[in-house]
Ligand binder design. Sequence first.
Ligand code: PGA
Length: 245
Amino acid sequence: MSKIIIANWKMNGSIQKINTDLMYYNQHLTSNIQKCSVVLAIPQLYLSHAASLCKNDMYVLGSQDVSIFENYGAYTGEISAQMLKDVNVRYVIVGHSERRLFLNETQNTLIKKINNILDMGMIPVYCVGENLSTREKKEHMNFVSDQLDILKSINLKGECVIAYEPIWAIGTGIVPHEDEVSEMINFISAYTKEHLNVKMQLLYGGSVNINNAKNILAIDNIGGVLVGGSSLNPEEFINIINAVG
Ligand code: PGA
């Protein structure tokens, strides 16, 4: 399975940045492109514009969120899975810790979102991960297992991705030891085999940068990386893509 490298721009960027960054990608995204799928999860507002600049299918579009509501309707400010599909989005991030924390997203909310994404034939990227105190209490496995439990109630047709993103590693520059990443990836892999009976691609996210990407991507069973801060620098992001072995 080819690796998935996702740029999560979060609430950053502008028309001008998209123009310059995508021009840079169009010029430089060549050498390693066969070995991975590059996903640009830019703010939803700019997805159509990015789609118009996308050259030779070198990258695909991702959304950072989706509405709990289906199709169309009187839901002011919402963007549905159907609308994302309409602008050629392939991957949708769900359950990022920032949304769980700042927007009070609950497990029930996330079930609805994942169902909407799957119904439109797009690929959910379901984020899980513990905070530092949970890890220090050695409760991280149970915590992630509880987060994974929502997947049992979903008819997981098609492709699905799970991203392990320890909260203490996001935006901090602190990356777990490779053994810690490996332990959790193996745990999630065993969980999905036992309870979900579907093969999922498992990503790591949290302070991925040019210095650590190669080692992280070389961990057994890692299906790719979800990159926040470092994806805002196009040169650094290309180097992360080139770290795919
Ligand atoms: P970071 O963010 O790479 O800036 O740590 C990762 C994420 O939140 O997806």
